[in-house]
Each structure stands twice: as C-alpha cells, then as structure tokens.
Write a protein that binds this ligand. Sequence first.
Ligand code: GAP
Length: 515
Amino acid sequence: MQQEELFKELVSHCKEYGFIYPSSEIYDGLGGIYDYGPMGAELKSNIREYWWKAMVQLHENIVGIDSAIFMHPKIWKASGHVDAFNDPLIDNKDSKKRYRADQLIEGEIDRLEAKIEKEVEKARKRFENFDEALFRSTNPRVLEWAKRAEDISKRLANAMKANDMAAVKALIDELEIADPESGSRNWTEVRQFNLMFSTQLSNIAGEEGKLYLRPETAQGIFVNFLNVLKTSRQKVPFGIAQVGKAFRNEIVARQFIFRMREFEQMEMQFFVRPGTEMEWYEYWKARRMAWHQAVTPAAKLRFKDHDNLAHYANAAVDVQYEFPFGFKELEGIHSRTDFDLGSHQALSGRKLQYFDPETNEHYVPYVVETSVGLDRMFLAILSTGYTEETVPDAQGEDSSRVVLRIPPALAPVKCAVLPLVRNKEELVGKAREIFDRLKFHFMCQYDEKDAIGRRYRRQDAVGTPYCITIDFQTLQDDTVTIRERDSMQQERIPVARVVDIVREKTDMVRLLERL
Ligand code: GAP
C-alpha cells in the first residue's frame, strides 16, 4: 500500500478506535486542534511517563518542574519571541488560500528528493548487485537534482537568516511555484507573521495587560533557574525538565497531529559551564537517539543538522523520523548558549548566575536543550506500529487484521481478559475474578461480547500485547491461555502466574534498562 493511503487508513483508525478525534467535531471541527480519546490518552500518558522516567528518574542531576502556561509578557520580549518568532506568510490572490512561503519552497526540495529516490529504486530493480552509493555519486540525473535541491535549500536558508522576505518571494517566482490547490501563481508579497496567541488580563487594560499563551515550555524553566538552583541542591552541570502544553498560531496546520496549534512538548534544559557546551551537546545527541531507538527502528531515525540556526543557538540538530510523508523533525537538540538566561538577566535586572566552587567564578551557565513533541512522538509510534496483514490459515473476516505493533510498555491496554463464551456463568465469573485481580497491576480490559476471534482483532487493533482467555479447562485446572499480539501464539499458563508474566513483558523497566 502507498504511504499516503496507509496514512489515511491510520488517521481513520485513530478515530475509529478512540485514539484521536478532531476537536469540536459536532461544530465541524477546529483547524489544527485535536482531542485524544480513551486509547489515545493512555498511549500519550505512557509516552510521557517513558520520557519523564528516562530524563528525571534515571538522572540524579535532572529535576522536573511544572510551570504555568501564562507568564509575565516581558519573558517573551527577552526570549526574542515577540520580535522574531515569525513564519513567512504568503497569500494566493486567486484562491485566497494562505501558505507558509518557506514550506512551499521546501515542497520543491521534497519533490526533487522524491525524484532521486524513484530513480534509485528504478535502478535497484534493473541491476543485479546494485551499488547504491556508487549510483548516487555518479548518475548524472541524480547528481543534477541533488545539486538543485542543495542550491534551493541554501538560498532559502540565507534568505530566512537575513530576514529577506523579498528574496523568499523571488525564489517562489523563479521556481514557478503554483498554489497546490488551484494551480494559480498570482501571489502576494511574503511577510512575517508572529506565531504567538495572545489574550488579555481582566484587570489591566491595553498592551500592559496583554498575555501570551506560551509557544514553548522552555521559558518556564529558564525563569525558574534560580528557584530550582536554590531549592534542589543541584550543581552545574544539571538539568530541569518539564512536560506541558505549548501553543503556536501555525499558518498551515497539517499532516494530522504533526503540526498543530495546541500541542505538548517534553523539554529539558541542561545548564553547563561555558566552554563545555559542545561536549554536552554531543552527549545529549547520543542519549536522546538511544531513547528513540529503544522504541523505534534505527532505520526510521536520522540526525539532520540545522541549515538555519535559531536566534538563540550556536549548534542545532533535529532527530528526524520517517513519517508516512517523509523524514521530518521529531525532536530538536539545541546548544542555546547563555542567550536565554543572559536576556532574562538583562531585562529583569536579576542576577541569573551560578557560583562555580571548582573554578571560583560566577557565570551565566550555557544551556543544551532537548525538546521533543509528545504528539509527534505519538504519531511516530503509531506510524511504526500500524500494520495491515493477512493471517495465515484463517478464514473469512479472520483472514486479515490490523495490528498495532507498538512497544508493550507503551500500549494503552496491557492485557485483555476474555471468557471464551459469555453464556456460561462459571466462565464469566472466573474471568471477572481474574480481571478484578489484574486491574490493580496494569490497564486491563474485560470483554465478553462477540466471538473470540473478533475480540482478539479488537485488541490487536489497539495494540494490546496480551489476551488471557478463560475456557472450560480453566474451571478444571486453573490454567488460562495467553495469546501474544504479534505472533498470535497461544500458551497455557497457571492463573497464578498471569500477573508476573504480563508484568515481565510489559514493564517500562525493560525499556529503561536498555538506555
Ligand atoms: N524550545 C525549543 C523548541 O520549542 P521547536 O523545534 O520549535 O523547539 C520542539 O519545537 C519540538 O516541538 C519539535 O521538534 C516538535 O516535535 C514539537 N512541535 C513544534 N511545533 C509543533 C506543532 N505545531 N505541532 C506539534 N508539535 C510541534
């Protein structure tokens, strides 16, 4: 199945099985906003827990906080968001549609890269003992497209860095980019659009009372640097972590939960002695990649250095994941220098410094940041896990299934308890008894409706790693069958061992031990 089709199936699967709903659906939805359903809320909470434990619990020198969404408006002035948190916007005069100018240009780069991949695939089928590296470095067409893509990418990066919107527009004209929906090339000029949402305090009128919904959680960490330093007995190097909502008035919110206007970030700011930031930057690159690889195949992940550094960074890299619509940013790792603490120190007039007992000096620490989108991580986990497959030796509606092969520790439901039939009181009673015991240990579901095959399919579709079936033999010898989601293999085990077996296979400890 084509990736595009697969993605559509995944989106409708998310709705059908209670992972994600469009927000405000009974009022026809609200663009770029989504709600998480019962399964989605569980999966999201498990990913959040995996991140929190990996960062805070496993590191003695990282502590967590939970700062407010609303903060003093000067924070956003100091951080640069009021002046520089912009995206280049362009309108099509005929279709009246609004686009991000840089994304239109990036679309051209993607198109060239897709052409290269197609050419490589064609050659792979044509030649035996195909040498991909040699082909990529010698085929004239591939080389020409790669050079064009690189030239466009460099020109875009330079124009954005220089804040030169006329140069961005010139690139759109030169590449003859048309409105993807209407085909029209009748464009306005490109102008910068600030992405922060604002609201108003009730007791202060005018600009003074203007508040912003935070566009990143990081600033809540920076402005609490001194508080945490004084109250947590940490010494540089140390980190502060937090998970929370962020809001961005994205010009084009698209690709489902990939780019939303309200989303959740899991961010950690690591405060280090100036001059050591590159060592820590490399350290956190490796640590974060290990975290991803424990739940995602390595082939679907890659690093991509930033062509265009943000105003606060002296080094930056993305961890990209191969979404069904291509390799895209999943996490950003940034060496933010002393930009944020320095700016807050200057604007607030408070000293945001650290006295280093080893060097006997005061300094504003440098910061290495790791920032991953919880929603993007959710989409990555589902995209890797979503599988449509035929079932060998099965008949009728049982001959195919959709299975979410997600890591058991992240699965919304760890174990389903199923009496073989529901019209036998003893079976139902025994199943209920087992369910009532298991529910203290992990998220379980009890299900007695429909034939057993259908119930297995329902659990496969939400990624439940284990199904426990209570049958007539259970009543005789106190054993049950345990069915594993991916292999569909069944085994008989004593009822007394169910908790230990399911826990052993689904415990997050197993994931954390791999880091
Ligand atoms: N504090 C740094 C920062 O906010 P960012 O690269 O703008 O950096 C970090 O955002 C992460 O937040 C991204 O890698 C992405 O996973 C997530 N993210 C950013 N914008 C998003 C959006 N509109 N919708 C969903 N996730 C988003």
